[in-house]
Design a protein around this ligand. Structure first.
Ligand SMILES: Nc1nc2c(c(=O)[nH]1)N[C@H]1C(S)=C(S)[C@@H](COP(=O)(O)O)O[C@H]1N2
Ligand SMILES: [Mo]
Length: 366
């Protein structure tokens, strides 16, 4: 009786195994990209002691994190469409047929809840809305394993349906139109976000929280000098300390007199926005080798900023010995604005924005 009334309510002919399988396959691809790029971002920022990430390709992190964030946002309409298609299964009767069926449904529950959690927290995080009591990074990171594990089990359980339907043509025109509409919605969502990383599309980026053209000196700022409580006075010194032959202490005028190099490198924020700039400054490698640092040393840069999660960052040999890695004094031909790290900021290739430390006061060699 219950079964009858419920199934009578779900009459849309758009709901079919084939439609569900195709949407599911697209979701599988999208969540795989999100999982892989997310792990890459996590382990770039928290590498185990033995891991030396390469500093090239220069734009690798810009691309992977752009895919993570823009792809994640574009997945929202896709996930909603899939949930709408399979929603009647929530009311299947009897709800649990066997122990195996119970495990299968628990896994789907974890998958749906986890996937919604990842997309919602991710979207709110890049919009700078934090209406939750937990730390975003930890929660987003650990939930990723739950979601991806549940996804693998779900794909294994549903493999027969995927195989039956994935490469078969959709005969019904209305179902074809539905799939096309979902794909178009995802594409449109990506298009109005992508401009935060793909600068030529910046004008279309109405959904992006950051416009890559807006900020001090035409470049976005995540943490301003005022917010960080940083004021660099005339007595500023840059210190090179630790495992070096000679400790260095350089004033701003000393830095300006050292050989200057100009490179084009992006700032690639973990939040997905990125923008390429022209940077001019001193090669970190020149400075450290002249101080007598060993080429296989690990290096920590520390900011004038007193507190804050991003006041220090670590550089391992591939990054600090890269000739593109600078202690930058200038951005796009101008002296750095206080908000971009005046007097000195780090800029290095293939590295998350959180590690491009601003207001550098000390470089410590270990
Ligand atoms: N000292 C310090 N450096 C920092 C930050 C910070 O909060 N403190 N934020 C980082 C982040 S998250 C990003 S994306 C880049 C942004 O650089 P910009 O503000 O010059 O664009 O700076 C990085 N450097
Ligand atoms: Mo960032």
């Amino acid at each position: 009786m219950i079964l009858k009334t419920v199934s009578a309510r779900f009459t849309s002919r758009l709901r079919s195994e084939q439609v569900a399988a195709k949407l599911g396959a697209w979701l599988g691809v999208s969540f795989t990209v999100a999982f892989a790029t997310g792990l890459f971002s996590h382990f770039l920022q928290h590498p185990p002691a033995w891991l030396l990430w390469p500093s090239r390709p220069v734009n690798l992190y810009r691309v992977t994190q752009g895919l993570h964030v823009i792809g994640g946002i574009a997945t929202i309409p896709l996930l909603l469409a899939k949930l709408w298609v399979v929603y009647p299964k929530l009311w299947q009767w009897p709800p649990l047929r066997s122990a195996g069926h119970a495990v299968e449904r628990l896994c789907v529950l974890l998958l749906v809840a986890g996937a919604l959690f990842q997309l919602v927290t991710g979207a709110l995080n890049i919009a700078y809305v934090y209406p939750w009591p937990f730390g975003f990074l930890q929660a987003h990171y650990w939930t990723a394993y739950v979601v991806y594990g549940a996804l693998l089990i779900h794909v294994a359980n549903e493999w027969a349906k995927v195989r039956r339907n994935l490469w078969t043509r959709v005969e019904s025109p209305e179902r074809r139109r539905f799939l096309f509409t979902v794909a178009a919605a995802c594409g449109l969502t990506a298009l109005v976000t992508a401009g935060e990383a793909v600068t030529p599309l910046a004008r279309l980026a109405v959904l992006a929280p950051r416009d890559p053209r807006v900020g001090a000196q035409g470049v976005p700022v995540n943490r301003s000098a005022a917010a960080a409580g940083v004021v660099a006075g005339p007595d500023y010194r840059l210190l090179v300390t630790g495992a070096v032959r000679t400790t260095l202490s350089l004033g701003y005028a000393d830095l300006v007199r050292l050989p200057q190099h100009t490179v084009r490198l992006p700032i690639s924020c973990v939040e997905g926005w990125s923008v390429e700039c022209e940077w001019t400054g001193v090669r970190l490698r020149d400075l450290l080798l002249s101080a007598g640092a060993s080429p296989d040393a690990f290096v920590t840069v520390e900011s004038l900023e007193r507190a804050g999660a991003y006041r220090t960052s670590e550089l391992r040999p591939p990054h600090w010995t890269d000739p593109l890695t600078l202690l930058a004094l200038r951005i796009n031909g101008q002296t750095l604005d206080a908000d971009h790290g005046y007097p000195v900021r780090l800029i290095a290739p293939n590295r998350p924005g959180v590690q491009q430390t601003k207001w550098v006061k000390e470089v410590r060699v270990a």
